[in-house]
Design a protein around this ligand. Structure first.
Ligand code: KIV
Length: 296
């Protein structure tokens, strides 16, 4: 059995494991991962869920929001993450437009994430109104993660990235959404950008594990965007982000040091260079001497 860097045993995490974790009040950990390197680091640290979030549209591809990323672009990243993840449950985000219009197309796209990408579940945004398509995808034997609250694919409908569930009507709708997803049997429900009191009520009401981002501490688990965690996002972080490291500073420092060493001829040095075998060196010198003698 392999161990995390701090010596904890690692096990394969499945949708059943995260359900059990809720039952035992054992917090569920989730981070986004977008490529082989981040996937390995997240997996080897023993994080339960590696989520290939469509947030990669911004963090990896530099788009303004999540709306333009395509199934093929997402798949490219899911495949890389699959190669880096061994134990974590691998969930792939269904991008905007890949599941809203037609349930057959939704099943087809979800199956691509499983067959071609190696995902073990897919995530779709939306509650009550998404239940029919979620059931269709689950009928195709593909576990689905729900996602309600501040759903970034609805940015234009919400009129910006605004905390949801702040009025009694909005709370009622969120509860209906959560209960509908729970009854449909989703693997977990991501709760994003809602007051902690509402997230606590939902978490107590549903049997499905809830995973919060900007939803307070009472969810069954927590997720952060990897680039937020390590400061690679270039902007002011949202209120809910806790930065655990400063990769931007580390990378900038390393890049500047490399540049300075190259321009001052400090890099590479002799021990960082390959050398000819002694016999070849001697033979080469003989050849060079002969050539010089002939020129004289
Ligand atoms: O795309 C993403 O990273 C997400 C998480 C923030 C839940 O959906």
């Amino acid at each position: 059995m392999s161990l995390t860097p701090i010596g904890e045993p690692r096990h394969k995490i499945t949708t059943a494991t995260i359900r059990e974790k809720k039952l035992h009040h054992d917090p569920i950990t989730c981070l986004t991962a977008y490529d082989y390197a981040t996937a390995r680091l997240v997996d080897e640290a023993g994080i339960d869920i590696a989520l290939v979030g469509d947030s990669l549209a911004m963090t990896m591809l530099g788009y303004e929001n999540t709306l333009s990323v395509t199934v093929d672009e997402m798949l490219h990243h899911v495949k890389a993450v699959r190669r880096g993840v061994k134990d974590a449950l691998l969930i792939a985000d269904m991008p905007y437009g890949s599941y809203q219009a037609d349930p057959n197309e939704a099943v087809h796209n979800a199956a691509r994430f499983v067959k071609e990408g190696g995902a073990e579940a897919v995530k779709m945004e939306g509650g009550e109104k998404r239940v029919d398509v979620i059931r269709r995808v689950m009928d195709a034997e593909i576990p689905v993660a729900g996602h309600i609250g501040l759903t970034p694919q609805s940015v234009n409908m919400m009129g910006g990235y605004k905390v949801q569930g702040k009025t009694l009507n909005a709370i009622e709708q969120l509860m209906r959404d959560a209960v509908a997803l729970d009854r449909a049997g989703v693997a977990c429900i991501y709760l994003e950008g809602i007051p902690r009191e509402v997230a606590a009520m939902i978490t107590a009401e549903v049997e499905t594990p809830t995973i919060g981002i900007g939803a307070g501490p009472d969810c069954d688990g927590q997720v952060l965007v990897f680039h937020d965690l390590v400061n690679l996002t270039f902007g002011h972080p949202a209120k809910f982000v806790r930065r655990y490291g400063d990769a931007a500073a580390l990378i900038t420092q390393s890049v500047l040091a490399f540049k300075a060493d190259v321009v001052s001829h400090q890099f590479p040095n002799d021990s960082e260079s390959y050398h000819l075998p002694k016999e070849t060196q001697a033979a080469l010198e003989t050849v060079l001497h002969r050539k010089q003698a002939l020129r004289r």
